[in-house]
Design a protein around this ligand. Structure first.
Ligand SMILES: N[C@@H](CCC(=O)N[C@@H](CS)C(=O)NCC(=O)O)C(=O)O
Length: 264
């Protein structure tokens, strides 16, 4: 029995749902409202002490960290395999995925909060800055707490925000070069790496930033192909939250002139 603790728009949860869909696994959904602080409740902190989604329960065992969860699912449910056949290609897939844990995921949080999620959090706290502070102080993960605090305070004016924009511009450049040589990231068949990056391209698109890859034909083609897969449709598109989409589109369109000026 599989139970996923997740959120409809969380990038890391999207990645896991994509894999569950590709493998056609049945799972039970436990959805958390991240702006209302469900992830900070004591019951959930017993599942993931970092107060982050996703977490997966499989036959009574808890797994956290989305890259570890998808790797586990690929081993526990090997068909269809989402890792390439050779050790070298598997190493490449892992190398790409590691980038997310090495910092890119926090850059995404900086972009998302800096442009749109800060508005949601302020609304959830009814504009009361003390309640916002309380929510931020209760984030157990120090790295996530710092990022959110910096962009909650200074928004797009934060140096943290500028860095995030440029880290993503660099990633798109690198992926475009990678995809010039392979149909998929690191190999010629879709793997965990493609699935891991799908939510990041999606978030950028939702935040009105897809102009960042207008002149990156390989990246653009990869993303369009990925979106047409059944796994993407079920694991991501099927869960899109219209309220988030509306906010991200509106706030992203307003932010774009500032953001394009930040691009080196
Ligand atoms: N490295 C973790 C990151 C998980 C993470 O950052 N999750 C976000 C949603 S994508 C979260 O739960 N945020 C809670 C919050 O904003 O307080 C993973 O890959 O699972």
């Amino acid at each position: 029995m599989l139970t996923l603790y997740h959120n409809d728009m969380s990038a890391c949860a999207q990645k896991v749902r994509f894999v569950l869909a590709v493998k056609q696994l049945e799972w039970q959904s436990e959805e958390l409202n991240l702006r209302q602080g469900d992830q900070q409740r004591p019951e959930y902190l017993k599942i993931n002490p970092k107060g982050l989604v996703p977490a997966l329960e499989h036959d009574g065992n808890i797994l956290v960290e989305s890259n570890i969860i998808v790797d586990y699912l690929d081993e526990a449910f090997p068909e269809p395999s989402l890792m390439p056949e050779t050790p070298l290609k598997r190493a490449k897939v892992r190398w790409w995925m590691k980038k997310l844990d090495d910092g890119l995921h926090l850059e995404l949080a900086a972009l998302s909060f800096g442009i749109a999620y800060r508005i949601q959090l302020l609304d959830a706290c009814k504009g009361d800055i003390n309640l916002v502070e309380k929510h931020l102080n209760a984030i157990p993960d120090a790295y996530m707490r710092d990022v959110q605090r910096q962009v909650m305070t200074d928004g797009m004016g934060s140096p943290r925000f500028d860095r995030a924009v440029n880290e993503f511009a660099k990633l798109i450049e690198e992926l475009d070069a990678e995809l010039a040589g392979h149909k998929w990231i690191g190999s010629d068949s879709m793997s965990l790496a493609d699935i891991a990056f799908a939510p990041y391209a999606t978030r950028l698109e939702h935040l009105h930033l897809s102009a960042m890859w207008h002149h990156k034909p390989h990246f653009k083609d990869w993303y369009e192909r990925l979106k047409r897969t059944e796994g993407y449709q079920q694991g991501l598109a099927g869960w899109f939250n219209p309220k988030y989409l509306e906010l991200m589109d509106r706030a992203g369109a307003e932010a774009w002139p500032n953001i394009s000026a930040m691009l080196d």
